[in-house]
Design a protein. Structure first.
Length: 463
Protein backbone atom coordinates (compact mmCIF):
# COMPACT_ATOMS: atom_id res chain seq x y z
CA UNK A 1 0.00 0.00 0.00
CA UNK A 2 1.08 3.58 -0.54
CA UNK A 3 2.67 5.67 2.16
CA UNK A 4 0.29 8.03 3.85
CA UNK A 5 0.50 11.60 2.59
CA UNK A 6 0.63 14.42 5.15
CA UNK A 7 -2.61 16.20 5.86
CA UNK A 8 -2.86 19.80 7.04
CA UNK A 9 -6.07 20.84 8.74
CA UNK A 10 -7.90 17.91 7.22
CA UNK A 11 -7.54 19.21 3.66
CA UNK A 12 -4.75 18.60 1.21
CA UNK A 13 -3.45 21.53 -0.75
CA UNK A 14 -1.10 20.99 -3.66
CA UNK A 15 1.33 23.68 -4.70
CA UNK A 16 3.27 23.62 -7.91
CA UNK A 17 5.80 26.18 -8.90
CA UNK A 18 5.02 28.27 -11.93
CA UNK A 19 8.07 28.42 -14.14
CA UNK A 20 8.71 29.84 -17.54
CA UNK A 21 10.46 28.21 -20.49
CA UNK A 22 12.90 30.96 -21.41
CA UNK A 23 15.94 29.73 -23.25
CA UNK A 24 19.46 31.09 -22.89
CA UNK A 25 20.57 34.20 -24.71
CA UNK A 26 23.44 33.65 -27.09
CA UNK A 27 25.67 36.43 -28.38
CA UNK A 28 25.85 35.92 -32.13
CA UNK A 29 27.75 39.13 -32.85
CA UNK A 30 31.28 37.70 -32.45
CA UNK A 31 33.32 37.72 -35.67
CA UNK A 32 36.32 35.68 -36.74
CA UNK A 33 39.50 37.66 -37.45
CA UNK A 34 41.13 36.47 -40.69
CA UNK A 35 44.82 37.23 -41.36
CA UNK A 36 45.09 39.12 -44.67
CA UNK A 37 48.70 38.17 -45.42
CA UNK A 38 48.09 34.80 -47.00
CA UNK A 39 45.12 33.55 -48.98
CA UNK A 40 44.43 29.97 -48.27
CA UNK A 41 41.54 27.59 -48.26
CA UNK A 42 39.07 28.36 -45.49
CA UNK A 43 38.48 25.57 -43.06
CA UNK A 44 35.48 24.92 -40.91
CA UNK A 45 36.65 24.72 -37.30
CA UNK A 46 36.08 21.43 -35.50
CA UNK A 47 34.13 23.32 -32.84
CA UNK A 48 31.56 24.25 -35.49
CA UNK A 49 30.93 20.59 -36.28
CA UNK A 50 30.68 19.85 -32.58
CA UNK A 51 28.15 22.66 -32.20
CA UNK A 52 26.22 21.37 -35.19
CA UNK A 53 26.04 17.92 -33.67
CA UNK A 54 24.91 19.31 -30.35
CA UNK A 55 22.20 21.45 -31.91
CA UNK A 56 20.95 18.58 -34.09
CA UNK A 57 20.87 16.18 -31.16
CA UNK A 58 19.05 18.74 -29.02
CA UNK A 59 16.64 19.46 -31.86
CA UNK A 60 15.84 15.77 -32.23
CA UNK A 61 15.25 15.49 -28.49
CA UNK A 62 13.01 18.55 -28.51
CA UNK A 63 11.02 17.25 -31.46
CA UNK A 64 10.52 13.98 -29.63
CA UNK A 65 9.46 15.87 -26.51
CA UNK A 66 6.92 17.98 -28.39
CA UNK A 67 5.49 15.13 -30.45
CA UNK A 68 2.17 13.77 -29.23
CA UNK A 69 2.68 10.72 -27.11
CA UNK A 70 0.75 8.43 -24.82
CA UNK A 71 -0.89 9.81 -21.73
CA UNK A 72 1.31 9.49 -18.67
CA UNK A 73 -1.01 7.35 -16.58
CA UNK A 74 0.28 5.41 -13.58
CA UNK A 75 0.54 1.70 -14.27
CA UNK A 76 -1.53 -0.07 -11.61
CA UNK A 77 0.75 -3.09 -11.95
CA UNK A 78 3.60 -0.98 -10.59
CA UNK A 79 1.66 0.19 -7.52
CA UNK A 80 0.84 -1.97 -4.51
CA UNK A 81 -2.95 -1.84 -4.31
CA UNK A 82 -5.16 -4.30 -2.41
CA UNK A 83 -8.31 -5.57 -4.14
CA UNK A 84 -11.66 -5.24 -2.39
CA UNK A 85 -15.37 -4.81 -3.23
CA UNK A 86 -16.95 -1.38 -3.76
CA UNK A 87 -17.32 0.92 -0.76
CA UNK A 88 -20.64 2.52 0.21
CA UNK A 89 -20.83 4.85 3.23
CA UNK A 90 -24.19 6.50 3.91
CA UNK A 91 -23.55 8.38 7.16
CA UNK A 92 -20.74 9.23 9.57
CA UNK A 93 -21.40 5.88 11.26
CA UNK A 94 -20.24 4.15 8.09
CA UNK A 95 -16.58 5.10 8.52
CA UNK A 96 -15.52 1.70 9.88
CA UNK A 97 -12.90 -0.91 9.08
CA UNK A 98 -15.34 -3.05 7.12
CA UNK A 99 -15.83 -0.13 4.69
CA UNK A 100 -12.13 0.21 3.97
CA UNK A 101 -11.30 2.83 6.61
CA UNK A 102 -7.76 2.29 7.87
CA UNK A 103 -7.39 5.11 10.41
CA UNK A 104 -8.74 8.39 11.73
CA UNK A 105 -11.43 9.73 14.02
CA UNK A 106 -13.23 12.07 11.61
CA UNK A 107 -11.98 15.34 13.00
CA UNK A 108 -10.30 18.03 10.95
CA UNK A 109 -6.94 17.16 12.51
CA UNK A 110 -7.48 13.40 12.26
CA UNK A 111 -9.71 12.58 9.28
CA UNK A 112 -10.89 9.12 8.42
CA UNK A 113 -8.58 7.59 5.79
CA UNK A 114 -9.52 5.22 2.97
CA UNK A 115 -6.45 4.34 0.93
CA UNK A 116 -4.62 1.91 -1.26
CA UNK A 117 -7.58 -0.05 -2.61
CA UNK A 118 -8.03 -1.57 -6.09
CA UNK A 119 -11.77 -1.54 -6.72
CA UNK A 120 -13.39 -2.83 -9.89
CA UNK A 121 -16.52 -0.70 -9.83
CA UNK A 122 -20.09 -2.00 -10.14
CA UNK A 123 -21.76 -2.18 -13.52
CA UNK A 124 -24.76 -0.18 -14.69
CA UNK A 125 -27.32 -2.50 -13.10
CA UNK A 126 -25.89 -2.25 -9.58
CA UNK A 127 -27.35 -0.04 -6.86
CA UNK A 128 -23.94 1.41 -6.00
CA UNK A 129 -23.04 3.92 -8.73
CA UNK A 130 -19.34 4.04 -7.90
CA UNK A 131 -16.31 2.14 -6.70
CA UNK A 132 -16.26 4.52 -3.71
CA UNK A 133 -19.62 6.05 -2.82
CA UNK A 134 -19.93 8.36 0.20
CA UNK A 135 -23.14 10.25 1.04
CA UNK A 136 -24.77 12.25 3.83
CA UNK A 137 -21.67 12.81 5.93
CA UNK A 138 -20.12 15.73 7.81
CA UNK A 139 -17.04 14.00 9.24
CA UNK A 140 -13.65 14.85 7.76
CA UNK A 141 -12.31 12.08 5.52
CA UNK A 142 -9.74 11.38 2.80
CA UNK A 143 -9.89 8.87 -0.06
CA UNK A 144 -6.39 8.57 -1.40
CA UNK A 145 -4.07 6.41 -3.43
CA UNK A 146 -6.81 4.13 -4.80
CA UNK A 147 -7.28 2.56 -8.24
CA UNK A 148 -10.98 2.88 -9.10
CA UNK A 149 -11.95 1.56 -12.49
CA UNK A 150 -14.40 -0.03 -14.95
CA UNK A 151 -17.53 0.89 -12.99
CA UNK A 152 -20.12 3.63 -13.44
CA UNK A 153 -18.15 6.29 -11.55
CA UNK A 154 -14.81 5.97 -9.86
CA UNK A 155 -15.71 8.21 -6.89
CA UNK A 156 -19.19 9.53 -6.05
CA UNK A 157 -19.58 12.09 -3.26
CA UNK A 158 -23.13 13.29 -2.57
CA UNK A 159 -24.71 15.56 0.04
CA UNK A 160 -21.59 15.80 2.15
CA UNK A 161 -19.04 18.23 3.48
CA UNK A 162 -15.39 18.03 4.56
CA UNK A 163 -14.34 15.38 2.05
CA UNK A 164 -11.05 15.00 0.17
CA UNK A 165 -10.06 12.82 -2.81
CA UNK A 166 -6.31 12.78 -3.28
CA UNK A 167 -3.98 10.98 -5.69
CA UNK A 168 -6.50 8.45 -6.99
CA UNK A 169 -6.44 6.82 -10.41
CA UNK A 170 -10.01 6.81 -11.79
CA UNK A 171 -9.94 5.19 -15.20
CA UNK A 172 -12.23 3.47 -17.72
CA UNK A 173 -15.47 4.18 -15.90
CA UNK A 174 -18.66 4.38 -17.95
CA UNK A 175 -19.56 7.86 -16.66
CA UNK A 176 -17.26 10.04 -14.55
CA UNK A 177 -13.91 9.46 -12.98
CA UNK A 178 -15.02 11.61 -10.01
CA UNK A 179 -18.57 12.91 -9.50
CA UNK A 180 -19.54 15.44 -6.80
CA UNK A 181 -23.20 16.28 -6.23
CA UNK A 182 -24.42 18.77 -3.58
CA UNK A 183 -21.12 18.83 -1.75
CA UNK A 184 -19.35 21.64 0.09
CA UNK A 185 -15.96 22.35 1.65
CA UNK A 186 -14.48 19.46 -0.32
CA UNK A 187 -11.14 19.06 -2.09
CA UNK A 188 -10.17 17.12 -5.22
CA UNK A 189 -6.40 17.21 -5.61
CA UNK A 190 -3.85 15.40 -7.81
CA UNK A 191 -6.26 12.77 -9.07
CA UNK A 192 -5.76 11.17 -12.47
CA UNK A 193 -9.14 10.83 -14.22
CA UNK A 194 -8.38 9.41 -17.63
CA UNK A 195 -10.20 7.55 -20.41
CA UNK A 196 -13.63 7.62 -18.81
CA UNK A 197 -16.61 7.28 -21.14
CA UNK A 198 -18.13 10.63 -20.16
CA UNK A 199 -16.17 13.13 -18.07
CA UNK A 200 -13.00 13.13 -16.03
CA UNK A 201 -14.36 15.22 -13.13
CA UNK A 202 -17.93 16.53 -12.72
CA UNK A 203 -18.99 18.90 -9.93
CA UNK A 204 -22.74 19.57 -9.71
CA UNK A 205 -24.78 21.79 -7.36
CA UNK A 206 -21.85 22.32 -4.99
CA UNK A 207 -20.11 25.19 -3.19
CA UNK A 208 -16.63 25.85 -1.86
CA UNK A 209 -14.91 23.07 -3.78
CA UNK A 210 -11.16 23.08 -4.42
CA UNK A 211 -10.31 21.29 -7.67
CA UNK A 212 -6.54 21.41 -7.84
CA UNK A 213 -3.80 19.77 -9.93
CA UNK A 214 -5.92 17.00 -11.43
CA UNK A 215 -5.19 15.32 -14.75
CA UNK A 216 -8.20 14.81 -17.05
CA UNK A 217 -7.03 13.41 -20.38
CA UNK A 218 -8.72 11.47 -23.16
CA UNK A 219 -12.17 11.30 -21.63
CA UNK A 220 -14.97 10.74 -24.10
CA UNK A 221 -16.80 13.99 -23.30
CA UNK A 222 -15.39 16.77 -21.13
CA UNK A 223 -12.21 16.89 -19.16
CA UNK A 224 -13.78 18.85 -16.28
CA UNK A 225 -17.33 20.13 -15.70
CA UNK A 226 -18.56 22.61 -13.07
CA UNK A 227 -22.37 22.81 -13.18
CA UNK A 228 -24.43 25.19 -11.06
CA UNK A 229 -21.63 25.33 -8.52
CA UNK A 230 -20.27 28.45 -6.87
CA UNK A 231 -17.41 29.99 -4.87
CA UNK A 232 -14.96 27.28 -5.88
CA UNK A 233 -11.33 27.13 -7.00
CA UNK A 234 -10.37 25.38 -10.26
CA UNK A 235 -6.59 25.62 -10.34
CA UNK A 236 -3.64 23.93 -12.06
CA UNK A 237 -5.68 21.20 -13.72
CA UNK A 238 -4.58 19.59 -16.98
CA UNK A 239 -7.56 18.94 -19.28
CA UNK A 240 -6.63 17.60 -22.70
CA UNK A 241 -7.84 15.73 -25.74
CA UNK A 242 -11.52 14.90 -25.18
CA UNK A 243 -12.37 12.22 -27.71
CA UNK A 244 -15.62 13.79 -28.93
CA UNK A 245 -16.30 17.44 -29.79
CA UNK A 246 -16.76 18.71 -26.24
CA UNK A 247 -14.90 21.53 -24.47
CA UNK A 248 -11.89 20.50 -22.42
CA UNK A 249 -13.35 22.50 -19.48
CA UNK A 250 -17.01 23.51 -19.14
CA UNK A 251 -18.64 25.81 -16.58
CA UNK A 252 -22.41 26.22 -16.76
CA UNK A 253 -24.68 28.19 -14.46
CA UNK A 254 -21.75 28.63 -12.11
CA UNK A 255 -20.91 31.90 -10.36
CA UNK A 256 -17.99 33.48 -8.50
CA UNK A 257 -15.45 30.76 -9.19
CA UNK A 258 -11.72 31.22 -9.75
CA UNK A 259 -10.52 29.33 -12.82
CA UNK A 260 -6.76 29.78 -12.82
CA UNK A 261 -3.53 28.33 -14.19
CA UNK A 262 -5.17 25.41 -15.99
CA UNK A 263 -4.02 23.82 -19.24
CA UNK A 264 -6.87 23.19 -21.69
CA UNK A 265 -5.84 21.82 -25.06
CA UNK A 266 -6.57 19.34 -27.82
CA UNK A 267 -10.35 19.78 -27.98
CA UNK A 268 -12.05 20.02 -31.35
CA UNK A 269 -14.53 22.30 -29.54
CA UNK A 270 -13.33 25.00 -27.11
CA UNK A 271 -10.61 24.85 -24.52
CA UNK A 272 -12.79 26.63 -21.91
CA UNK A 273 -16.53 27.26 -22.26
CA UNK A 274 -18.26 29.61 -19.81
CA UNK A 275 -22.03 29.31 -20.20
CA UNK A 276 -24.76 31.27 -18.35
CA UNK A 277 -22.32 32.13 -15.59
CA UNK A 278 -21.49 35.34 -13.72
CA UNK A 279 -18.73 36.85 -11.65
CA UNK A 280 -16.05 34.28 -12.47
CA UNK A 281 -12.34 35.03 -12.77
CA UNK A 282 -10.67 33.13 -15.62
CA UNK A 283 -6.98 33.93 -15.31
CA UNK A 284 -3.50 32.69 -16.23
CA UNK A 285 -4.78 29.67 -18.15
CA UNK A 286 -2.92 28.11 -21.08
CA UNK A 287 -5.44 27.45 -23.87
CA UNK A 288 -3.80 26.05 -26.98
CA UNK A 289 -4.55 23.84 -29.94
CA UNK A 290 -8.34 23.64 -29.68
CA UNK A 291 -11.14 24.29 -32.14
CA UNK A 292 -11.54 27.61 -30.29
CA UNK A 293 -9.89 29.13 -27.25
CA UNK A 294 -12.34 30.53 -24.68
CA UNK A 295 -16.10 30.81 -25.34
CA UNK A 296 -18.26 33.08 -23.18
CA UNK A 297 -21.95 32.52 -23.88
CA UNK A 298 -24.90 34.15 -22.10
CA UNK A 299 -22.61 35.20 -19.27
CA UNK A 300 -22.24 38.46 -17.36
CA UNK A 301 -19.61 40.19 -15.27
CA UNK A 302 -16.74 37.75 -15.76
CA UNK A 303 -13.07 38.70 -15.89
CA UNK A 304 -10.70 37.08 -18.39
CA UNK A 305 -7.13 38.11 -17.71
CA UNK A 306 -3.52 36.99 -18.16
CA UNK A 307 -4.53 33.97 -20.25
CA UNK A 308 -2.27 32.66 -23.00
CA UNK A 309 -4.50 31.68 -25.92
CA UNK A 310 -2.75 30.44 -29.04
CA UNK A 311 -2.81 28.14 -32.05
CA UNK A 312 -6.55 27.50 -31.89
CA UNK A 313 -8.23 26.83 -35.23
CA UNK A 314 -11.12 29.20 -34.47
CA UNK A 315 -11.41 32.36 -32.39
CA UNK A 316 -9.12 32.99 -29.46
CA UNK A 317 -11.88 34.47 -27.26
CA UNK A 318 -15.48 34.48 -28.46
CA UNK A 319 -18.10 36.48 -26.52
CA UNK A 320 -21.58 35.60 -27.74
CA UNK A 321 -25.27 35.17 -27.02
CA UNK A 322 -26.24 38.19 -24.93
CA UNK A 323 -23.10 38.31 -22.83
CA UNK A 324 -22.47 41.66 -21.17
CA UNK A 325 -20.18 43.54 -18.79
CA UNK A 326 -17.35 41.06 -19.20
CA UNK A 327 -13.76 42.34 -19.04
CA UNK A 328 -10.98 40.99 -21.26
CA UNK A 329 -7.62 42.40 -20.20
CA UNK A 330 -3.92 41.57 -20.05
CA UNK A 331 -4.27 38.44 -22.16
CA UNK A 332 -1.90 37.27 -24.87
CA UNK A 333 -3.63 35.96 -27.99
CA UNK A 334 -1.42 34.90 -30.88
CA UNK A 335 -1.47 32.70 -33.93
CA UNK A 336 -5.14 31.80 -33.71
CA UNK A 337 -6.63 30.94 -37.10
CA UNK A 338 -9.74 33.01 -36.39
CA UNK A 339 -10.11 36.39 -34.72
CA UNK A 340 -8.21 36.99 -31.49
CA UNK A 341 -11.44 38.37 -29.96
CA UNK A 342 -14.87 38.17 -31.53
CA UNK A 343 -18.01 39.70 -30.02
CA UNK A 344 -21.42 38.71 -31.34
CA UNK A 345 -24.90 39.74 -30.17
CA UNK A 346 -23.43 41.07 -26.92
CA UNK A 347 -22.99 44.50 -25.35
CA UNK A 348 -21.05 46.54 -22.80
CA UNK A 349 -17.99 44.33 -22.78
CA UNK A 350 -14.54 45.90 -22.35
CA UNK A 351 -11.38 44.72 -24.12
CA UNK A 352 -8.12 46.47 -23.24
CA UNK A 353 -4.44 46.07 -22.44
CA UNK A 354 -4.14 42.79 -24.35
CA UNK A 355 -1.39 41.63 -26.70
CA UNK A 356 -2.71 40.53 -30.12
CA UNK A 357 -0.28 38.97 -32.61
CA UNK A 358 -0.81 37.23 -35.95
CA UNK A 359 -4.44 36.22 -35.54
CA UNK A 360 -6.78 35.74 -38.51
CA UNK A 361 -3.80 35.62 -40.84
CA UNK A 362 -2.53 39.10 -39.89
CA UNK A 363 1.16 39.92 -40.09
CA UNK A 364 3.26 42.96 -39.17
CA UNK A 365 1.53 45.29 -41.63
CA UNK A 366 -2.11 46.36 -41.24
CA UNK A 367 -4.29 44.64 -43.84
CA UNK A 368 -7.98 45.55 -43.83
CA UNK A 369 -8.75 42.11 -45.23
CA UNK A 370 -7.06 40.42 -42.26
CA UNK A 371 -8.13 42.41 -39.24
CA UNK A 372 -7.41 40.62 -35.98
CA UNK A 373 -10.72 41.22 -34.14
CA UNK A 374 -14.42 41.48 -34.91
CA UNK A 375 -17.31 43.25 -33.18
CA UNK A 376 -20.91 42.55 -34.15
CA UNK A 377 -22.33 43.77 -30.85
CA UNK A 378 -23.43 47.07 -29.35
CA UNK A 379 -21.57 49.50 -27.07
CA UNK A 380 -18.54 47.33 -26.53
CA UNK A 381 -15.32 49.17 -25.64
CA UNK A 382 -11.88 48.34 -27.01
CA UNK A 383 -9.95 50.65 -24.69
CA UNK A 384 -10.16 51.90 -21.12
CA UNK A 385 -8.74 55.04 -19.50
CA UNK A 386 -6.84 55.96 -22.63
CA UNK A 387 -5.27 52.56 -23.20
CA UNK A 388 -6.25 50.12 -25.89
CA UNK A 389 -4.55 46.93 -27.00
CA UNK A 390 -1.27 46.02 -28.64
CA UNK A 391 -1.83 44.98 -32.26
CA UNK A 392 1.30 43.60 -33.90
CA UNK A 393 0.10 44.93 -37.29
CA UNK A 394 -0.20 48.56 -36.05
CA UNK A 395 2.60 49.74 -33.75
CA UNK A 396 3.74 52.97 -35.43
CA UNK A 397 4.08 55.93 -35.35
CA UNK A 398 4.67 56.89 -31.74
CA UNK A 399 6.58 60.15 -32.19
CA UNK A 400 5.94 61.42 -28.67
CA UNK A 401 6.97 58.13 -27.06
CA UNK A 402 3.89 57.87 -24.84
CA UNK A 403 3.31 54.21 -25.75
CA UNK A 404 0.16 54.98 -27.77
CA UNK A 405 0.15 54.90 -31.57
CA UNK A 406 -0.28 58.50 -32.76
CA UNK A 407 -3.53 59.84 -34.20
CA UNK A 408 -5.23 59.32 -36.57
CA UNK A 409 -4.08 55.70 -36.57
CA UNK A 410 -6.90 53.95 -34.73
CA UNK A 411 -7.19 50.18 -35.14
CA UNK A 412 -10.34 49.24 -37.09
CA UNK A 413 -12.41 46.23 -36.08
CA UNK A 414 -14.22 44.01 -38.54
CA UNK A 415 -17.97 43.59 -38.04
CA UNK A 416 -21.23 45.48 -38.05
CA UNK A 417 -20.47 47.62 -34.98
CA UNK A 418 -18.01 49.78 -36.90
CA UNK A 419 -15.82 49.77 -33.80
CA UNK A 420 -12.25 51.01 -33.38
CA UNK A 421 -9.53 50.70 -30.79
CA UNK A 422 -8.94 54.44 -30.33
CA UNK A 423 -5.75 54.01 -28.32
CA UNK A 424 -3.73 51.16 -29.84
CA UNK A 425 -0.57 50.46 -27.86
CA UNK A 426 2.82 50.92 -29.46
CA UNK A 427 4.44 48.35 -27.16
CA UNK A 428 2.90 45.30 -25.51
CA UNK A 429 2.17 45.50 -21.81
CA UNK A 430 1.90 41.71 -21.60
CA UNK A 431 5.25 40.07 -22.47
CA UNK A 432 5.41 38.75 -26.02
CA UNK A 433 5.00 34.97 -25.77
CA UNK A 434 8.16 33.00 -25.37
CA UNK A 435 8.23 30.12 -27.78
CA UNK A 436 9.90 27.46 -25.66
CA UNK A 437 13.01 25.36 -26.25
CA UNK A 438 11.82 23.89 -29.53
CA UNK A 439 11.60 27.24 -31.29
CA UNK A 440 14.90 28.32 -29.75
CA UNK A 441 16.64 25.23 -31.09
CA UNK A 442 15.05 25.70 -34.51
CA UNK A 443 16.36 29.26 -34.58
CA UNK A 444 19.80 28.08 -33.47
CA UNK A 445 19.82 25.42 -36.16
CA UNK A 446 18.77 27.93 -38.82
CA UNK A 447 21.54 30.27 -37.71
CA UNK A 448 24.05 27.43 -37.86
CA UNK A 449 22.98 26.52 -41.40
CA UNK A 450 23.45 30.14 -42.51
CA UNK A 451 26.87 30.32 -40.85
CA UNK A 452 28.06 27.11 -42.52
CA UNK A 453 26.72 28.26 -45.90
CA UNK A 454 28.70 31.49 -45.59
CA UNK A 455 31.79 29.54 -44.65
CA UNK A 456 31.38 27.34 -47.73
CA UNK A 457 31.09 30.49 -49.84
CA UNK A 458 34.34 31.78 -48.38
CA UNK A 459 35.94 28.45 -49.13
CA UNK A 460 34.96 28.80 -52.77
CA UNK A 461 36.40 32.30 -52.94
CA UNK A 462 39.64 31.18 -51.32
CA UNK A 463 40.04 28.46 -53.93
Amino acid sequence: MRDSAPISNGRLVAERPISGRFGPIIDRNAQLAVAPRKRRKARVPAATFALAGLVLASLAAALAMYSPGPVDVPDPAQVSYLARPPIFINSDLGFVLANGVSSGSGTEADPFVIEGWDIDGPDGLATEPAAVRIENTTAHFVVRGCYLHTGINGIYFKNLTNGTAYDNLCKNNTRQGIYLNTASNTTLVENNCTENLRTGISVYYSTDIDIISNTCWLNEWYGLVVYESHYSLVDLNDCRDPVQAYPAMFLSGSNYNNVTRNTCSGSSSYGIYLSSSAGNTVAANHVEGNGGGILVGGSTGNTLSFNNVSFNTGEGIYISTSSSFNEVSNNTLWNNTGYCVRISASSYNTVYNNTFMYNNGANDILDLGRLQARDDGVENRWNLSGRGNYWADLTLPDADGDGIVDDPNDYPLAGSAGAYDRYPLAVPTVPIPEFGPLAFLLAAFAGLVVAMARMRARTGQAE
